[in-house]
Design a binder for this molecule. Structure first.
Ligand SMILES: CC(C)(COP(=O)(O)OP(=O)(O)OC[C@H]1O[C@@H](n2cnc3c(N)ncnc32)[C@H](O)[C@@H]1OP(=O)(O)O)[C@@H](O)C(=O)NCCC(=O)NCCS
Length: 210
C-alpha cells in the first residue's frame, strides 16, 4: 500500500526521512541501523503487525529470546526507521555446520518483518542487503534462510538442500525450495556441506515448518 500523507500518522510529515516529489507524493527514505536495547518494544510491535495477531506474538517472543540467547551470538539486529519510527526489523543469528570439513562462519536470517503499511516499498530488501553487507564485512561466509522461495532469491538466496546443507529440522519435500543459502565468500559452496545447527532459541520444530 502506498504511504499517503493522510493515511499513516507516522508518515504524515515529509521531513527527515521523507521528501515530497514534484507530483506531491511522499517518497520515503528509510534509514537502516543496528537496533538498540531501547528498540525492543518497537521490534516486538513491528513483528506482531507484520505477522498478524495469530503468529505475531510467537514471532515477537522468538525475537526477544534470540536477542538474549548466548548461542545466537554473534548476531546482527537491524531496524529500518522512517522519521525515527521503527517500521522494519531483521535478525541474523549465528549458525554452525556440523561435520563440515572446515570451520565456516555462518548465520541464519530469521525473522524479517516490515509493518504492513510500509510493505512493498523496498524496506525488506534494504534490510536484507544491509544485513548481508555487514555480515560479509564481519567475515560471515554463509547465510541461510527458511522463507518465501519467490522472495529471497531476489536477494541472492537459492535452495540449500541440493547444495548439501540440511536444515535443523526436516523440511517437507514440497517446501524444500524454502530452505535457502547464499555464500558471501564465493567458492565456498561445493566445498562445505553438512547439518546446520541453529541457536537454541530457534531450535524448535515449530520454527521450521514452512
Ligand atoms: C516479506 C516482507 C518482509 C517483505 O517486506 P517488503 O518491505 O514488503 O519487501 P520489499 O518491498 O523489499 O519487496 C516487496 C516485493 O516482495 C514481494 N513479496 C512480499 N512478500 C512475499 C512473499 N511472501 N512471497 C513472494 N513475494 C513476496 C512483494 O510482492 C513485492 O513484489 P514486487 O516488488 O514485485 O511488487 C513483508 O512482506 C513482511 O513483513 N511480511 C510478513 C512477515 C513475513 O512473511 N516475513 C518473512 C518471513 S520469511
Amino acid at each position: 500500500m502506498p504511504c499517503t500523507r493522510t493515511g499513516i500518522p507516522h508518515c504524515s510529515i515529509p521531513a527527515g526521512d521523507g521528501t515530497v516529489s514534484d507530483q506531491g507524493q511522499l517518497i520515503m527514505n528509510p534509514q537502516v541501523r543496528k537496533s538498540y536495547e531501547s528498540d525492543k518494544q518497537a521490534i516486538s510491535d513491528v513483528a506482531i503487525a507484520a505477522f498478524g495477531q495469530g503468529q505475531g506474538p510467537e514471532i515477537a517472543d522468538l525475537i526477544a529470546d534470540l536477542l538474549k540467547d548466548p548461542s545466537a551470538l554473534p548476531l546482527l539486529s537491524l531496524v529500518a526507521t522512517v522519521d525515527e519510527y521503527v517500521v522494519g526489523h531483521i535478525l541474523f543469528t549465528s549458525a554452525k555446520i556440523e561435520h563440515s570439513q572446515r570451520m565456516v562462519s555462518s548465520a541464519i536470517l530469521a525473522p524479517l518483518s516490515v509493518r504492513p503499511e510500509y510493505q512493498g516499498q523496498g524496506i525488506g530488501g534494504q534490510l536484507i542487503e544491509e544485513g548481508l553487507k555487514q555480515l560479509k564485512a564481519a567475515g560471515v561466509e554463509l547465510v541461510f534462510v527458511l522463507g518465501h522461495p519467490d522472495y529471497y532469491p531476489r536477494h541472492g538466496f537459492s535452495p540449500a538442500g541440493i547444495k548439501g546443507f540440511d536444515a535443523p529440522y526436516t523440511i517437507l519435500p514440497e517446501h524444500s525450495d524454502a530452505w535457502m543459502v547464499q555464500d558471501l565468500s564465493p567458492g565456498i559452496i561445493g566445498h562445505v556441506r553438512g547439518q546446520v545447527i541453529c541457536a537454541d532459541a530457534l531450535n524448535d520444530p515449530k520454527h521450521w515448518q514452512e
